[in-house]
Design a protein around this ligand. Sequence first.
Ligand SMILES: *Cc1c(COP(=O)(O)O)cnc(C)c1O
Length: 429
Amino acid sequence: MEYLRKHTDIKNRTLQFLDEAEEAVRGIWGEIERIRRYNSFKTLCAFRESGVANRHFFGTTGYGYSDEGREKLGEVFARIFRAEDAIVSPLVSSGTHALSIALFALLRPGDVMLSITGRPYDTLTGVIGLGEAHTHGSLSEFGIGYEEIPLDDSGAIQIERMMERLHKNPAIKIVYLQRSRGYEMRPAIPIAEMEKVHAAIQRESSDVLFVVDNCYGEFTERQEPTEAGADLIIGSLIKNPGGGIAPTGAYFAGRKGAIARTGERMTCAGIGTEIGSYLAGYLPYFQGIYLAPNVTATALQGAVLSAYVFETLGYGAYPRYDAFRTDITQAIHLHSEAELLALVRAVQAASPIDSNVTPYPWDMPGYDAQVVMAAGNFIQGGSIELSADAPIKEPYVAYMQGGLTMEQVKLALALAIQGMELEDRVAGE
Ligand SMILES: *Cc1c(COP(=O)(O)O)cnc(C)c1O
């Protein structure tokens, strides 16, 4: 702050306001700090127990038979997630790609997938083949059914309704849970609630698989869904578990059988995870997962601070600054399009990369409104780095997440206060 005071035109009172905001959220940051330490020990011990060595960083070529790095990386993830097995691969292009591989691996024609957190993340519409999006190659085209149960009014999973569906429809083979709110105004699902879901599934039928989209959730609590009974969890490496270092890829962790089937879908039947080379090597993946608990905690603390700042200035924050968190996303409810643009542009201007670029709204396939995005990231689209996006429509909600350093989050908030012309309101504090 001293540096910003000396070397930028950000007003003194804005910086003082941010200092006070930090003071006000100290207690909440403290609990996140304890989670950070817990999960950092967890990853460190997983590395030690797995015997990670320098040779595991080297890449291979061709088929990648006995690629030690690939295998060791899977072992480390499996230990961290307390799972029987895991696949970690730079060859999976995105979180959606990974979720698609997993669903095709576990479902067969005639089977039904039951989502218990309502409509899944937007990009899965095409994978499932929902609504008009009867995409070529979707699950629906292969005769795989889909049912969903929305969350109740309080944002909780309707376990009774799930039991009823499982009882009535033996074709249901997967209970699907999306942990993060994504871009919905609903709470993320705590690990404790997943335990209840797991127990309920076990009571009804033991051959139904419990699958969790873990994107944005890793390391936000002390436990992961695999420790609450999930059979398979899936996540993106350009979010929490990549620690801002992994350049691409995704992971799967869970029961041996589910992982074996996922591997056979990822490459091919009969070969599975025996192949897969990556010449660039696995160093950034090991480093990324090692640092991930720290980076995720910073992102969480940044979300808490952002929520507090905007709440104090009279805006809606979702979740509230002092709410329980089990993902890193933060929605801010602004009053106008101008404010939306100013916030997203402040996030861009505070970034280490492309800070001189001005984001403009543009038409995005699959969206009914124009979207404006800030993405001053090292990794393209990497949303464990501070990023913000917003559809240009009422109720003018900006979604923010990530942050490799707290300083970047603070600078973004300072520039937002400046850009949104809130400096006078700050003085009233
Ligand atoms: C990011 C994300 C995904 C996958 O998105 P990709 O952009 O394909 O990596 C899926 N579900 C949730 C909840 C996510 O946050």
